[in-house]
Structure formats: C-alpha cells, structure tokens
Design a protein around this ligand. Structure first.
Ligand SMILES: CC[C@H](C(=O)O)C(=O)SCCNC(=O)CCNC(=O)[C@H](O)C(C)(C)COP(=O)(O)OP(=O)(O)OC[C@H]1O[C@@H](n2cnc3c(N)ncnc32)[C@H](O)[C@@H]1OP(=O)(O)O
Ligand SMILES: [Co+2]
Length: 134
C-alpha cells in the first residue's frame, strides 16, 4: 500500500537556523520558508536526490508540534511521510485494521497542495506517520 518516502520531517524551534545547517554545513538545496497556517507550522523543504527533508517550526497558538519542540528543544525527527495511490482507500483499510487516524479522519491539503492525513505514532512503531496522495 505505501509507496515512496515523500519526506522526513524534523521539528525545530528555529527553521531559518536549521535551514542554514542544511544549506551551508550539509550543502543541500534549501527552499524558501513558508507559513502553512492551517497546519500550525512554518515549513522549509530541503530537496534531496531521492526524497525531501521537511523542516518544521511551530506557528500560531495551537501548533500540533509545539509540545514536541518543547520536549525536544534541540529538534528531532517528527514524522515520516509515505505516498499512497488512493488516500481514502488507504485510510479506510487502516481504520478497518484498527489503526488510529488523527483529527477527524478526513484528508486535509498539506504543504504540497495534496491531501494528507496522519496516523497515531503508537500504532506505527512509535513513529508519527503521514500519508500523502501521490
Ligand atoms: C504543512 C503540512 C505538513 C505536510 O507535510 O504537508 C505537515 O507535515 S504538518 C505537521 C504537523 N501536524 C501534525 O503533526 C498533525 C498530527 N500530529 C498530531 O496530531 C499530534 O502531534 C500528536 C497526536 C501526534 C501528538 O500530540 P501531542 O503533541 O499533543 O502529544 P501527546 O502528549 O498527545 O502525545 C501522545 C503520545 O504520542 C507521543 N508523540 C507525540 N508526538 C510524537 C511524534 N511526533 N512522534 C512519535 N511520538 C509522538 C508522545 O510522546 C506521547 O507518548 P507517551 O508515551 O504517551 O508520552
Ligand atoms: Co509532513
């Protein structure tokens, strides 16, 4: 069911600072910072040959990553995102398997303008999983 690894997300307190680490220290191609208010994050994508790194900073009052950044002030891997051919079919299958789909369960538009949803870390080896419609 899951396809390619679309991105690995790293949550940090300061995404501009983190971008510099990837741009100058690691010599990667770093995109511009953009606010995705409906998801409560400021995001920078780092393009890699085979996937992307999504650098995330909490944005706004109730950012879903605020608690994570508070617990991990130096930053840390927040989630992995896999592509799926049909996100509704994937969601329904996962729910039938007893997996917890976060939020109200309906896919929302993510940073790439594609439908995404999130699966509870406790059901996936302690890792927050994001699915994105390929
Ligand atoms: C712009 C969109 C972009 C994109 O790619 O398109 C994004 O990816 S936006 C990313 C930000 N949005 C989200 O993360 C939405 C889904 N996340 C959530 O709903 C919450 O973060 C949630 C439910 C995963 C965690 O909620 P909270 O931070 O309030 O922590 P809790 O105390 O409720 O956590 C319960 C339990 O889970 C563990 N936990 C929390 N976050 C993670 C994580 N990132 N990875 C692994 N485990 C996590 C936490 O430690 C608690 O475990 P416990 O053993 O009970 O202490
Ligand atoms: Co993501």
């Amino acid at each position: 069911m899951i396809g390619r690894l679309n991105h690995v997300a790293i949550a940090v307190a300061d995404v501009e600072k983190a971008s510099k680490v990837y741009a100058s220290t690691l010599g990667a191609k770093v995109g511009p910072a953009e606010i995705v208010a409906e998801h409560g994050v400021k995001v920078v994508f780092v393009e890699l040959p085979n996937t992307k790194i999504e650098l995330l900073e909490p944005y706004g009052e109730n950012s879903p990553i605020a608690a994570f950044v508070e617990k991990n002030p130096a930053g840390g891997i927040h989630h992995v995102c896999y592509e799926v051919d049909d996100i509704v079919k994937a969601r329904d299958h996962l729910k039938s398997e007893g997996a917890r789909v976060l939020g109200d369960g309906s896919p929302r538009i993510g940073a790439h303008g594609k439908p995404v949803l999130f699966l509870h870390p406790k059901d996936f080896c302690g890792t927050l999983v994001e699915l994105e419609q390929a």
